[in-house]
Design a protein around this ligand. Structure first.
Ligand SMILES: [Zn+2]
Ligand SMILES: [Zn+2]
Length: 99
């Protein structure tokens, strides 16, 4: 399991996560809000509108919960899930397969 070292807010529109293995991930809030893993959001046919986080709370040692300014607070992002959302070049699945 991946471990999270530090969470850092970048201005008003992004979140940077420092992982224990040295990796860094940058997420915009709109991406995180749209990726909310709770049952309610998964059932939505359309993505929820972008929102800003009011609070980020650790959940045990495996996840963070985000409370949004649209009143939503049931989404719990496990570290594994959060890491899987990383869109950096190293994490992005490569379409091109040489060879
Ligand atoms: Zn949700
Ligand atoms: Zn990455």
């Amino acid at each position: 399991m991946v471990d999270l070292k530090r969470i850092e807010r970048i201005g008003t529109d992004a979140l940077r996560v420092h992982w224990a293995d040295g990796h860094e991930s940058l997420y915009t809030w709109s991406v995180l809000r749209a990726a909310c893993p709770c049952a309610m959001c998964r059932d939505l046919k359309e993505k929820p509108p972008p929102a800003l986080p009011l609070e980020i709370q650790p959940v045990g040692r495996y996840a963070v919960a985000i409370r949004w300014d649209d009143g939503h607070a049931t989404g719990i992002f496990s570290f594994d899930y959060l890491r899987s959302l990383c869109a950096c070049e190293a994490c992005r699945p490569t379409e091109m397969d040489e060879g």
